[in-house]
Design a protein around this ligand. Structure first.
Ligand code: 13P
Ligand code: SF4
Length: 305
């Protein structure tokens, strides 16, 4: 297995150079994908990297909406998703048509869309956000009423940090809802000195028990900076690879071993190599949709920087 992986990695690095490609990987990617990536990060950091790269090809090791966002930001580059089935069930919980209907019921509300949405949905939204900047982006709007889509739990978390009237779309992440409050309470009893950090896609009852609520990039920063030696981590367990690699002296405990995103795990060394060799699957957004969706993403970037 080890030798097989080494051979694959060598081939990937060769073709990558020939194609003038960069490999971007999300913090939830399988260990061996994180290890070959040029950059590993959260949704916001990956969009920023994509926007800045001078590579001609971006191999996006993540899920579809992330590759789509990269393509929207760099329409002249080729963005490849190694397995086209790698979607996000939460992003599929809202369509442009269902959003248009809801907007008619809330004519005064500004639409804040989580980046975990399709380009068509972003095109119907006023501003985009990620888990790293959702509160800041929402607060930056003039509107007093917000329609927050599609993650009800991230939306609920934002509602605890702002006075704006929040209307929440009933979407959720099927991976993060597996983390239950009793997982946290039990681990706190077992490790009384530990700090608890969770992702804002977790249920409010889980968030209520956490010390910190952060994006995956924020969790990595927190792990580096905290004096705590034991950290209980409430998010998808792929992040533990990076946390352990960057902080060899610290102990990381997953809040739930069940918090696995099956879509993130569809990316393999085999399909990364195949994707670079065959230049597939290219993710591209029709220009009319791209321009509208891009405006929502640009507004987010302007708030963030
Ligand atoms: P981050 O932007 O925090 O990495 O989250 C992305 C995601 O899909 C979480 O489930
Ligand atoms: Fe989507 Fe949840 Fe997977 Fe993130 S972890 S990509 S929100 S299903």
């Amino acid at each position: 297995m080890e030798n097989r992986n080494e051979a694959l990695v060598e081939k990937i690095l060769n073709v990558k150079e020939k194609r003038k490609a960069v490999i971007l990987a999300h913090n939830y990617q399988p260990d061996e994908i994180q290890d070959i990536a040029d950059f590993v990060g959260d949704s916001l950091e990956l969009s920023q990297k994509a926007a800045m790269t001078d590579a001609e090809v971006i191999v996006f090791c993540g899920v579809h909406f992330m590759a789509e966002t990269a393509s929207m930001l760099c329409p002249d580059k080729i963005v490849l998703l190694p397995d086209i089935r790698a979607g996000c069930p939460m992003a599929d919980m809202i369509t442009a048509e269902s959003l248009r209907q809801r907007k008619k019921e809330l004519p005064g509300a500004a639409v804040v869309c989580y980046v975990n949405t399709s380009a068509e949905v972003k095109a119907e939204s006023d501003v985009c956000c990620t888990s790293a900047n959702a509160v800041r982006v929402t607060e930056s709007l003039d509107a007093e009423e917000i329609l927050f889509i599609p993650d009800q739990y991230l939306g609920h978390y934002v509602s605890t940090k702002t006075d704006k009237r929040m209307n929440l779309w009933p979407g959720y992440c099927s991976t993060h809802v597996r983390i239950q409050p009793q997982h946290i309470s039990k681990l706190r009893q077992e490790y009384p000195q530990a700090r608890v950090v969770v992702h804002p896609e977790c249920r409010p009852e889980v968030i209520a028990l956490a010390d910190e609520v952060l994006s995956t990039g924020g969790i990595c920063r927190f792990a580096r900076e905290t004096k705590a030696e034991t950290i209980i981590v409430g998010t998808e367990i792929g992040i533990l690879h990076r946390l352990k690699k960057e902080n060899p002296g610290k102990k990381f405990i997953p809040a739930s071993e069940q918090a696995v995103c099956p879509n993130m795990k569809l990316i393999t060394l085999e399909n990364v190599l195949w994707s670079l060799q065959e230049m597939t699957h290219e993710v591209k957004v029709p220009e009319e949709i791209r321009l509208k969706a891009r405006s929502a993403v640009d507004k987010m970037m302007a708030t963030t920087v």
